[in-house]
Design a binder for this molecule. Structure first.
Ligand code: DP6
Length: 326
């Protein structure tokens, strides 16, 4: 019997951010969050389980990977093995077009695809919600890459209650993310370490307490396709998260000089009448949101901003799903 399956998933960009856990091991987040899947970028994972026991193998874009990345995949697959009552080792082959470690949620797509592939390979029949809960154990934001389109992660206070669900399908709104890449260097401090530091910031408690209201306002802006309201709430939330990062002990600065240059340009363009809004994850690259009609113009302008190395563009994407083995 072949225990093998392949799945694909897209990364997501958070409009209301996940930062800080109330339980690091289970990745139970301190606050709810909300995101959009990015359909133009994807990860495809094939998982093959063998009868024999032993260390799992991870092959990333054709290269065998050892160390912390492999260990994290093995720890994740241990959950799946336990659910299925299976002990054999796995070979994971993952291919992605997402640059890793630059704040483009590469781990979100990776663990969403891995959750779907591993569960299918071991014959587990899980609902979308159960897959989202499972993916969360690999990377918190991965739970949001399981459902399609615009997605909310309900924080929950127990493992079974912390999951993501779709608030609108990808077709609901032609909202584009034009990503200004200012650095492709692997980030010095991982998100996981950042989450652990969040509570050392005196601003953390206030950010967490006010997050549900921002989620509600963001959900409503998406429902009404109201770009102006979305822009206001998304930028506020990103600044809040970076304020917490910068006031943590030790502090975390993800921004580069070119990051500020892009942020200033975006604000200027908006004052001039271009519908744009910025957000940033745990990295220096700037995600510029805009209606699809403005995306070409935004990309053209971003390419001319000093320090921008290249620009990636994506509209909303679907959820994680099984695809045929290649
Ligand atoms: C800044 O999901 O990457 O992108 O659970 O440790 O894998 P781990 O963290 P991760 O954190 C994402 C943080 C963020 C904001 C967000 O996507 O909500």
């Amino acid at each position: 019997m072949t225990r093998r399956a392949t799945a694909q998933a897209h990364p997501n960009i958070a409009f209301i951010k996940y930062w800080g856990n109330r339980d690091d091991r289970l990745r139970l987040p301190a606050n709810p969050s909300l995101s959009m899947n990015l359909g133009a970028l994807r990860t495809v994972a094939t998982v093959t389980f063998l009868e024999e026991e032993g260390p799992d193998a991870l092959i990333l874009n054709g290269i065998r990977v050892e160390g912390p990345a492999r260990d994290r995949v093995e720890a994740f697959l241990d959950h799946v093995r336990e659910m299925a009552g299976f002990r054999g080792k796995a070979v994971v082959e993952s291919r992605t077009d997402i640059p890793a470690g630059v704040g483009l949620a590469s781990s979100a797509a990776a663990f969403a695809a891995l959750a779907v592939a591993a569960a299918a390979a071991l014959g587990l029949d899980l609902s979308e919600r159960e897959l989202s809960i499972l993916a969360r154990l690999g990377s918190g934001s991965a739970c949001r890459s399981v459902p399609p389109g615009f997605v909310e992660w309900v924080a929950g206070d127990r493992h079974e209650d912390s999951y993501a669900y779709s608030i609108a399908p990808p077709e609901h709104w032609a909202l584009w993310d034009v990503i200004a890449i200012v650095s492709e260097q692997h980030k010095a401090v991982s998100s996981s370490e950042g989450h652990r530091r969040a509570a050392t910031s005196p601003l953390h408690a206030l950010r967490v307490a006010t997050a549900p209201e921002r989620v509600a306002r963001c959900r409503e802006a998406i429902r009404r396709r109201d770009f102006e309201s979305l822009a206001e709430i998304v930028e506020t939330d990103a600044i809040w998260m970076h304020a917490v990062m910068m006031t943590s002990r030790p502090p975390l600065f993800y921004w580069e000089p070119a990051t500020i240059t892009v942020l200033q340009a975006v604000r200027r363009w908006r004052d001039e009448g271009l519908p744009v809004a910025f957000t940033l994850d745990a990295g220096p690259n700037v995600h510029v949101l805009c209606p699809r009609e403005a995306a070409d113009e935004v990309a053209r302008r971003l390419e001319q901003v000093p320090g921008v190395q290249r620009v990636l563009t994506s509209g909303p994407g679907g959820g994680a799903c099984r695809i045929p083995d290649s």
